[in-house]
Design a protein around this ligand. Structure first.
Ligand SMILES: [Zn+2]
Length: 429
């Protein structure tokens, strides 16, 4: 297939500033943009349909099957459900080992028995998961529908609905793609929730530990003096709270759950807690974990015993604000009337970022709130613009990544003309 690319005298000419490149690509995407705008009601109907199918992390099967069927109907190409439960469909020409991945997670934080009725009030749709990530999944379906209207791309597009993105899922689906299947795409875009402005290019890494201290236990009076696991664990937590990282890296340490014992007049036989350690720096997380483990070991002197297990491991990573993929998202955001905000978060993009694969996470338009609560809502304010931003980001990334291999200097020059003012840090999972 003929490829439009840098230096061929078309809209992708490398010498134009990014805004011009974005405007030209948007003009080529006009049929796709029009189709997105004309299908807003259908996109909202897809969000409702997705929301109605329960999909707790680890129980995404029914939602995955529905999604695979809709993708196949849309593009008349078979979709694959892989060993982990991810739904995949490859579209377009080019090197199949170097696709641009458009991913959205299938799972929600809500247990399978959560009531999922969508309620409409004051222009807002209320339902658990309606934005995170029914909006992302509906966006993927809409983009699939308009892919045939895109200008020619240098890279094929791999549509991926992933399992296990939320907390307990521990990025299981995307880890399967990158570790078991050794996927190494040209770029990875996670479509997550709502919004027109945020561009997540820094992955907050985390390690989550479950810690348990056990002992002989006994009667609070007749066995007085025996070591108490709750006392030991509490002392370790107090020591942890005053831990400071040795580096300047920003870190977070949180004991989120704690428990133990059976009765007020019994020396407990066990005490446990769950600990979340986070930073954009993998070194800082590792250092903090070593320090935390040392505190627990010191607190659990015999006859107390210590057990720790890893509940979660989300690697961190970053691509620079002037990376071609980030520049593509920034230019697309500005073109669609958004205000680019560079951000750090924890999403499916963590895994590729940790492996050095260019990755970002973007919202899919509209506004949302109450995430991860049963009061979650979505408002379709500038919803279509959000989907158009995704389409434009794909086309610009396709071209800039090709250009970048030829002339990094031109990219840097274009970046200086399109400075983004400030950073914003947010946390998702
Ligand atoms: Zn999400």
């Amino acid at each position: 297939m003929p490829q439009r690319g840098p230096g061929d005298g078309t809209a992708a000419g490398a010498a134009r500033p990014l805004a011009g490149l974005a405007a030209a690509a948007a003009a080529e995407l006009e049929p796709a943009f029009a189709a997105i705008a004309a299908a807003e009601a259908e996109t909202l109907a897809d969000m409702r349909a997705v929301t109605a199918i329960p999909a707790p992390s680890g129980g995404e099967g029914a939602r995955g099957r529905w999604f695979a069927q809709r993708l196949e109907q849309t593009l008349a190409v078979p979709a694959e459900v892989d060993g982990a439960g991810n739904v995949l469909l490859l579209w377009g020409a080019g090197d199949v080992s170097q696709p641009i991945v458009l991913a959205a997670h299938l799972d929600t934080v809500f247990p399978g028995d959560t009531a999922l009725e969508v309620r409409e009030q004051g222009g807002r749709l209320f339902a658990p998961g309606i934005s995170d990530n029914s909006r992302g999944l509906a966006a993927l379906l809409r983009l699939a529908a308009v892919l045939p209207l895109f200008p020619p791309l240098a890279h094929p597009v791999l549509l991926a609905a992933t399992v296990g993105e939320e907390g307990v899922g521990d990025l299981r689906g995307v880890k399967h793609l990158f570790h078991e299947r050794a996927l190494r795409p040209a770029a990875f875009l996670a479509v997550d929730g709502a919004g027109l402005n945020r561009i997540v290019h820094r992955a907050v890494g985390s390690r989550r530990l479950r810690v348990r201290i056990t002992g002989p236990g006994g009667h609070s009076w007749s066995d007085r003096g025996l070591p108490n696991p709750v006392h030991a664990l509490a002392a370790a937590v107090a020591a942890l709270a005053s831990l400071r990282p040795a580096s300047d890296d920003d870190v977070a340490l949180n004991v989120g759950r704690i428990g133990g014992g059976t009765s007020v007049n019994a020396i407990p036989q066990e005490a446990w807690l769950e600990l979340d350690l986070r930073s954009e720096s993998a070194d800082a997380v590792a250092q903090l974990e070593r320090a935390a483990r040392a505190r627990f070991a010191a607190a659990a002197a015999p006859p107390l015993a210590l057990e720790t297990s890893l509940m979660g491991d989300r690697p961190g990573g970053v691509i620079p604000a002037d990376h071609p993929l980030v520049l593509a998202a920034r230019a697309a955001t500005v073109h669609l009337g958004g205000n680019p905000e560079l951000a750090a978060s924890s999403t499916d993009a963590n895994v590729p970022l940790a492996l050095g694969v260019p990755a970002i996470a973007l919202g899919a338009g509209g506004e949302a709130g109450g995430m991860h609560t049963v009061g979650e809502w979505y408002h379709n304010e500038r919803g279509a613009a959000g989907l158009q931003r995704l389409a434009l980001t794909v086309v610009l990334a396709d071209r800039l990544l090709a250009v970048a291999q030829l002339d990094r200097g031109v990219i840097a020059q274009a970046d200086r003309a399109a400075r983004v003012p400030h950073d914003d840090v947010v946390a998702d999972q």
